[in-house]
Design a protein around this ligand. Structure first.
Ligand code: M6R
Length: 608
């Protein structure tokens, strides 16, 4: 998705903007550009490819100026060319802007302006906003923006400079994220708060249908109708060093290794003296909880797999009727939702368009709604008003790892807490789970210590045509996430199946070029999964077994064994996902892939 950075202060704006754009790179993009306003001149640089190409260009020119805007573009309207890269300027050169989102009526606006004799230079939807603004601007930015937002339709975060207003940046938002921060004598805006951490921890998350004027002294907010309003900042307790790769070659590897600490933070005060207590965060009484006749889990991608993994605990311990749903389906299907529905949305970014629309739908239908997110102040957080925040810190790699374990941990804690209030979790069970959950960080560390061995197995099979992941019961959801991780970063085909489904189709794929990754914990399904391993070996598929520590008999079937510490079946995925993340990472590294920024993917999917 596009990324935006704007700056107004005392520092050289071009440098600040390039640093800010680098913090947005993980979102996925194909070109980048910036403009600084210096002595009444818009100095513009744009480049296809990486932000470093833009940086190179800027280093060769004169880009003095302490106010500017920048953008990383993820092409939607118009090809990946320098001309289509942002910022876009009005023909008369008085207005320039960057945009994240899609202007749905851009064609109509463009044709209207062309009939008035205005020449267009790009294939983008964004240029229609720049040209329209240039056409109506009469020296009063506020009234021009009111007219602009009334004229364009769709989703947008716009950051605008007017040539005759060198000490102001104007921003407007409808549907696409934009965050503002004000430091001493400087003000900045960005798509991602991580890019603003060096200015302030006090962030202003723009609301829909609002615009604002940024100066070096502060920010003034307005509704789209032009009424001035006041906002309180949201304080983010993120450490700016978290957005640093340190000695790790990739953010993904760093984030995989952060998981023990992240899980400790996510547990935080939620477990104390072997008791699970979320009463400070969850307002529902035992009576209310008993009235929830159905529970919907709604999310996309990895977040959806976290809900699938936890749904098994919710149904077995909480005795809830659970319905995990992909948000892009949930928002359009005719699913019965009512006052007896508890709808839980999971989104690390809190900005995913499908999850946001699904949440709006459930809220409007009267469901009790809750969000699990890593970003306090994000759009879904603000709209639902009730969130459990994971303590994963910013996740930079496109492939989600630490946010998955944090989401899963919090979903499990919530499921157990509600089960306790509902009366389906006994005091002994609560102690058993609380103690085991507290052991999870140490057990993850044990798995991380087997990294070298996982790397060796990954390197052995990285040149195969693909992988089949299998598991049963509590061991099944981890296979979905394992296959997704591999697809995302290594571009290899990977499928995940409940092991019992092998004979119903996927077995036809098996040969010596398709290794099988079998999750085979020492539980009541062990023998059945081992039968599936035998079926795979009989068809010459190499087998990689993820087994439980102490399970020596698994070595009768394969020498590719990754051992995991034993845990409760309901908590299996919290540990089992770790070797699968590492496996995907090392396969991708062996293949020389761009691990942190895989092709075609965006970290935060803010359009449908
Ligand atoms: O921010 P969200 O959790 O809502 O994002 C959902 C998915 O887009 C995300 O999990 C995606 O699947 C990741 N690339 C997974 O690694």
């Amino acid at each position: 998705m596009c990324g935006i950075m704007g700056y107004l202060g005392e520092k050289p704006a071009a440098k600040v903007i390039i640093e800010g754009l680098k913090k947005h790179e993980y979102r996925g993009y194909d070109s980048a550009g910036l403009t600084v306003l210096d002595n009444g001149i818009f100095k513009k640089a744009r480049a296809v490819g990486r932000v470093t190409n833009l940086e190179e260009l800027v280093s060769r020119g004169d880009f003095a100026g302490t106010v500017g805007i920048g953008h990383t573009r993820w092409a939607t309207h118009g090809g990946v060319t320098v001309e289509n890269a942002h910022p876009h300027e009005s023909s008369d050169g008085r207005v320039i802007l960057v945009h994240n989102g899609i202007i749905e009526n851009s064609r109509v606006v463009k044709e209207e302006l062309q009939r008035l004799g205005i020449e267009f230079f790009t294939d983008t939807d964004t240029e229609s906003a720049a040209q329209y603004l240039g056409y109506i601007y009469d020296g009063d930015p506020k009234s021009a923006i009111e007219k602009l937002v009334a004229r364009i339709r769709g989703a947008f975060a716009l950051v605008i400079m007017f040539r005759d207003r060198p000490d102001e940046i104007w921003v407007a938002r409808k549907g696409s994220p934009l965050v503002l921060a004000h430091g001493v004598g400087e003000t900045a805006c960005a798509s991602d708060p991580v890019a603003l951490l060096s200015y302030s921890r006090a962030m202003f998350f723009m609301e829909d249908d609002e615009f604002a004027c940024l100066t070096r002294d502060g920010i003034t907010f307005y509704t789209f109708e032009g009424r001035e309003i006041h906002h309180r900042p949201t304080f983010l307790d993120w450490d700016s060093s978290v957005a640093d790769r340190g000695a790790y070659p990739h953010f993904m590897l760093k984030e995989i290794h952060e998981q023990p600490e992240v899980v400790i933070k996510t547990i935080g005060q939620r477990i104390k003296d072997s008791k699970i207590d979320l009463s400070n965060e969850i307002p529902w009484t035992a009576e209310q909880i008993k009235k929830f006749k159905k529970v919907h889990f709604v999310a996309c991608g990895t977040s959806y797999y976290a809900t699938l993994a936890s749904s098994l605990l919710w149904e077995s311990i909480g005795k809830f009727e659970i319905r995990p749903e992909v948000a892009s389906e949930y928002r359009y299907r005719d699913i019965p939702i009512d006052k007896e529905t508890l709808a839980i949305f999971v989104s690390q970014s809190g900005e995913t368009a499908d999850t946001l629309h699904a949440a709006r739908k459930a809220k409007a239908a009267g469901a009790t709604c809750l969000l699990i997110t890593n970003v306090k102040g994000s759009t879904i957080d603000r709209e639902l008003g009730l969130s459990l925040i994971t303590q994963a810190g910013p996740e930079i790699a496109v492939a989600a790892t630490k946010t998955f374990t944090a989401q899963l941990m919090i979903l499990n804690l919530l499921g157990l807490y509600l089960a306790k209030l509902k009366g389906t979790l006994s005091a002994e069970q609560e102690k058993l789970f609380a103690d085991e959950l507290s052991q999870i960080p140490a057990k993850i560390s044990v798995v991380l210590s087997t990294e070298k061995q996982i790397e060796k197995i990954a390197n052995t099979y990285a040149d195969k045509k693909g992988f089949l992941f299998i598991g049963r019961g509590f061991a099944y959801p981890s296979t979905l996430e394992g296959a997704l991780k591999l697809k995302e970063i290594s571009y290899m085909h990977a499928e995940s199946y409940p092991a019992g489904e092998m004979k119903h189709g996927p077995i036809a794929l098996l040969d010596d070029n398709l290794p099988v990754v079998a999750m085979v914990p020492k539980d009541n399904m062990w023998e059945k999964t081992v039968s599936n391993i035998e079926e795979s070996l009989a068809r010459r598929s190499p087998v990689i077994a993820v087994a439980t520590e102490g399970d020596v008999s698994i070595s009768n079937y394969t020498s590719n064994i990754i051992y995991l510490p034993a845990t409760l079946p309901e908590l299996y995925t919290l540990i089992a996902v770790i070797p699968l993340q590492l496996f995907a990472y090392y396969v991708a590294r062996f293949k020389g892939c761009d691990i942190d920024k895989p092709r075609n993917l965006a970290k935060s999917v803010t359009v449908e």
